[in-house]
Design a protein around this ligand. Sequence first.
Ligand code: SAM
Length: 285
Amino acid sequence: MKNLSNINTVKSIVKNNNFKFSKGLGQNFIVAPEVCPKMAEACNLSEGIIEIGPGIGTLTLELAKRFKKVVAIEIDKRLIPILNENLSEFKNAEVIQGDILKINIKDLIASNFSECKKISICANLPYYITSEVIMHILESEVDINSIVLMIQKEAAERICALPGTRKSGAISLAVRYFGIPEILFDVKRECFVPAPKVDSSVIKIDLNDKSSRHKIKNKRSFFKVVRAAYSQRRKNLLNSLSRGLGISKEEILDVLMKANINSCSRAENLTFDDFAKLSNLLFEF
Ligand code: SAM
C-alpha cells in the first residue's frame, strides 16, 4: 500500500500522471501523516462514510481501513484513475465522479448505504464552497450521525462560534439549528501541497442532538430573520430587521419588546434562544 501522506509519494504520483493542481477546485493535498487517521477516528460510531473531494485518496484510505463502506465524490475527472489505482485493495471503497453540490444526498444514501446503520460525512473540503457544502448536507435533512470537516481556520471559528459572541455569523446559527459544532484540532498550512495561504482546522458537527430546532415554530422564518439580522451586522436590529424583512420599524420595535430584546442590540449580541423567540413572534405576525 502506498504511503499517500508522504510528500515524495504525492510528488511522484503528480509527476507520473502529469497532473497539474487546479487552484479553482481548491486542490491542496494533505501530506501530514497524523491528520487523516485523526479525522477518520472522529467519525466513530458510524458504519458508512461519504467523503467529499478525495483528491488522490489519502483520507479515503484511512476511512476504508476503519469503516464498512466509503463512497467518495470527486469532481475532477483526471483524479478518478489515480483514485481507482490507489484504492484498488479496498473493495469497500467506491469513487463517484461528480459535483457534491449537484448530488442528491438522500438518493446517494438510499442507493449506497442500505447495510450501514449510521453514516458520517468526512472531507478535507475545497475552501471555495465550504458554506454551500455544509448547508447542502444539512438542508438535505437526511439521517446523518456527524460531519467531520477540514476547513479554513477562520471559517471553523465562525461556524463553531457561540451565538451571542463576536465571531458568530449567520452560519453559526444555521449550523446550530441542525446540531452541535466543535473545533477538534488545527492543521498548519505547511501540511499541504501546494501549501495554501491560510491555516486550517478540523471541525465536527454532531447531528444527534435535535433539541435546538424544537424551539423554532417555523424554520423558514427563523432562517429569514437570521439572514436579515446578519446581512448588516454593524447595524442595530431595529434597522437591519426592518430593512432585511421589509417590515416597518414600529412593528419590529413591538416584536423586539415582546421578546425582551434591546432594539439597539446587533445580531452578534443575540443568543440562539433570542433568535428563536424573535422568529416565532415574527412568524405569528
Ligand atoms: N482529500 C484530499 C486530501 O485531503 O489530500 C484532497 C482535498 S482538496 C482540499 C479538495 C478536493 O475536492 C480536490 O480533490 C478537488 O478536486 C475536490 N473538489 C472540488 N470541488 C468539488 C466539488 N464541487 N465536488 C466534489 N469534489 C470537489
